[in-house]
Ligand binder design. Structure first.
Ligand code: ZN
Length: 321
């Protein structure tokens, strides 16, 4: 059953998706208001809720290499859910709240509000994300664990919020899990100062300073039902979260796949992939492991985020539910 808020959110989404296909200006406007879309699934006893911060149509390049710009035309199942009829990528940004064994775990925390970023449409956002989380039943103080699959700006944003001019942990009771290897990579970025590190300074460092961070091993086990698996390449310490409950399996894949076209063509890398060859290998391994299997994929940047990897004529495709 949907709450009135969820019904409103669904109606808003229907209108904003149509607008983003027809008009970039309109979609930018909607983006700043946020997506406000809430959806729920179940993996055995584990409940999974998506809180969608945004879902915007963006140009194919530079997100993906320009020479791959026409490849989506080979896959009619991508349109219009994941690629617009004009060939723009629909880039969703969402957090997943897992309810497992009496704990509430947020996986990846989107872009966040009021954060200055290099990418203009991600800078200075003001969305209703936290209100959406609360209306979905998850006020910030009820969150026990935050897991960041990696430490890119669109996965750490709501780790903190601005309170009296200071970046303050949004989830005051939570233990924030960061991969130890990923944090060590961030330390090199902080030393080198060649890339933009503002997201580390405003969304990761304050969590460490508050004593809420837990640097974990890439096979860390959160509970009998939840554990991490290394999925390096997109970043050096990237991890995925495996869910196993009552014979049902799912894997939250972070940024192993940005768009389902990478399920059909795993060699396509996003501009954000740090080690492109390693990211390709990780995608191929995941396709071999989970293709044609009952294990569901839960993908942070997919507009329709939960589904299976199934056989297509010559390769794999994504079948959402
Ligand atoms: Zn991302």
């Amino acid at each position: 059953m949907s709450s009135p808020r969820e019904a409103t959110a669904a109606a808003h989404h229907a209108s904003s998706a149509a607008a983003s296909i027809e008009s970039t200006a309109e979609s930018t406007h909607d983006y700043r208001k946020g997506e406000s879309r809430i959806r729920r699934w179940q993996v055995g006893d584990v409940k999974v809720t998506s809180i969608m911060e945004s879902a915007e149509a963006i140009p194919w390049s530079p997100q993906y290499p320009p020479e791959t710009a026409g490849h989506w035309k080979k896959y009619d199942w991508l349109v219009p859910r994941y690629v617009t009829p004009a060939g723009q990528i629909i880039m969703a940004v969402q957090a997943f709240v897992l309810e497992a064994g009496g704990q509430r775990i947020v996986v990846d925390t989107c872009v966040g509000n009021s954060k200055e970023r290099e990418i203009p449409h991600c800078s200075g956002l003001q969305t209703a994300f936290l209100e959406d989380m609360s209306s979905a039943g998850f006020p910030p103080q009820t969150i026990d664990v935050v897991l960041c699959t990696h430490l890119h700006f669109d996965h750490v944003g709501w780790n903190t919020r601005l309170v009296d001019g200071r970046w303050t942990p949004t989830f005051p009771r939570a233990s924030y899990l960061f991969g130890r290897r990923e944090w060590e990579y961030c330390e090199t970025l902080l030393r080198d100062k060649t890339l933009d590190v503002r997201h580390i300074l405003d969304s990761v460092q304050p969590v460490l300073d508050a004593g809420l961070a837990d640097l974990v091993d890439e096979h860390h086990r959160l509970s009998g039902e939840l554990w991490l698996e290394p999925s390096h390449g997109h970043t050096p310490g990237h991890v995925s979260l495996h869910i196993s409950s009552r014979g049902q399996e799912a894997i939250v894949t972070g940024d192993v796949f940005h768009n389902p076209i990478q399920i059909a063509e795993p060699e396509i890398c996003s501009m954000m992939c740090v080690d492109k060859e390693m990211s390709r290998n990780t995608r191929r391994e995941m396709l071999a492991r989970y293709g044609d299997k009952p294990t569901r994929l839960i993908a942070v940047h997919f507009n329709d985020p939960v589904g299976h990897i199934v056989r297509d004529t010559n390769n794999w495709r994504f079948s959402s539910e």
